[in-house]
Ligand binder design. Structure first.
Ligand code: SF4
Length: 365
């Protein structure tokens, strides 16, 4: 992950209200030259300045459609890379803190993916279609693009899998890097757990026998989100005991047993939509990052009850590195004619990764 030097002292010393006031001034002065994209997991003092708020799928679309000269991405590094891949020539993507990475994306190293592909191709025989969750590096997306696969998000993983399975008879899927999203989605589509195997890049042959590789329809990368792994079946039992009638909704990056025990699962976008549409008086325990949960709780206070599924602070700490001071520093520099923290993907990687992202954006539905 790129190194982020400390902010100049001036930013460390500013009072919080001054930081927020100056962000508003800078944003107004830059006008349409800048668009700020904010992921749902960002803190409120970032989201309030975002022109668009969404999950990675919605923000990918925004990045491909905006005409702004500067795209300030308040999210994590892979999202900024995707924005650079999808943006037009002349647009520049800025990540206010370069150390805002995603531990899940870093679990799939391109060289390890190449090794896995070669072994599975040699042993498995059938055609393989790779699918990468957008929470992956540009290099992994390029690999997937080169091999005729697609990217996906938690909003469209089902459509991506259906598309990939339709690429030919006996197709085998390599799903990178979130094993939980792959497993939960394939199971929801009617595929049994026995049709899935987990590829562990730290082990020889992925920790699988040749027979297991041949038998698997889905080979799931051994990656996971450290935030969504926090939620447990015991959490669901506890909230149901404490608040009878509560509905449990979780993100599909959660463990299989948690998704099975929950009432519903869905992307961050869908979680918001379900709670929006829920009747007054309903109660919800939500298994996703705490900033989104708190925002939903605030929005419906006095009308619907919304709480986190866990009592533990389930914070995406890397996402949280994008704070108002870093946002202000980025905008101050833009206002002064300097671009700091630009995220760029080299041209050959960009071309191939774009194939995977374009295929995702073209998925039916
Ligand atoms: S919540 Fe998990 S998957 Fe999302 S950016 Fe944070 S570490 Fe990555």
């Amino acid at each position: 992950m790129p190194f982020q030097p400390p902010l100049p002292d001036e930013y460390q010393r500013m009072a919080d209200p001054d930081v927020l006031a100056r962000i508003a001034e800078r944003k107004a002065a830059l006008g349409r030259r800048v668009v700020i994209l904010g992921h749902h997991y960002q803190e409120d003092d970032i989201v309030r300045f975002a022109d668009f708020v969404g999950d990675s799928f919605k923000l990918s679309r925004q990045a491909s459609q905006t005409t702004a000269e500067f795209i300030v991405f308040c999210g994590v590094h892979f999202m900024a890379e995707s924005a650079d891949i999808l943006s037009s020539p002349g647009q520049q993507v800025i990540l206010p803190d370069l150390s805002a990475g995603c531990s899940m994306a870093e679990m799939a190293d391109e060289d390890d993916v190449v090794d896995a592909w070669e072994t599975i191709s040699r042993v498995g025989g059938e055609p393989i279609v790779p699918i990468c969750y957008v929470n992956s590096t540009a290099a992994v997306k390029a690999f997937v693009g080169r091999h005729g696969g697609t990217a996906c998000t938690s909003s469209n993983a089902r459509r991506a899998i259906a598309w990939a399975l339709g690429r030919g008879e006996n197709v085998k899927l390599l799903f990178i890097p979130d094993q939980h999203l792959g497993r939960n989605t394939a199971f929801e589509m009617g595929y049994p757990l026995e049709s899935m195997a987990v590829w562990d890049p730290a082990q020889r042959n992925g920790g699988l026998t040749d027979e297991q590789i041949r038998a698997a329809r889905f080979i799931l990368w051994n990656g996971y989100c450290s935030v969504h792994q926090i939620f447990t079946v015991a959490d669901i039992d506890r909230v149901r005991a404490e608040r009878p009638g509560v509905q449990v909704i979780v993100h599909p990056e959660c463990d299989f047993a948690v998704v099975q025990k929950a009432d519903q699962s869905g992307s961050t976008e869908r979680i918001g939509q379900v709670i929006d549409a829920a009747p007054p008086g309903s109660a919800w325990a939500v298994g996703t990052e705490i900033h989104l949960v708190k925002r939903l709780a605030d929005r419906y206070r006095g009308e619907k009850h919304v709480q986190s599924l866990t009592g533990i602070q389930c914070l995406c700490t890397t996402m949280y590195r994008i704070d108002p001071r870093h946002l202000l520093w980025s905008l101050d520099n833009l206002a002064a004619g300097r671009v700091v923290n630009r995220v760029t993907v080299d041209e050959p990687t960009k071309q191939l990764a774009k194939l995977a992202l374009d295929q995702m954006l073209a998925l039916p539905g």
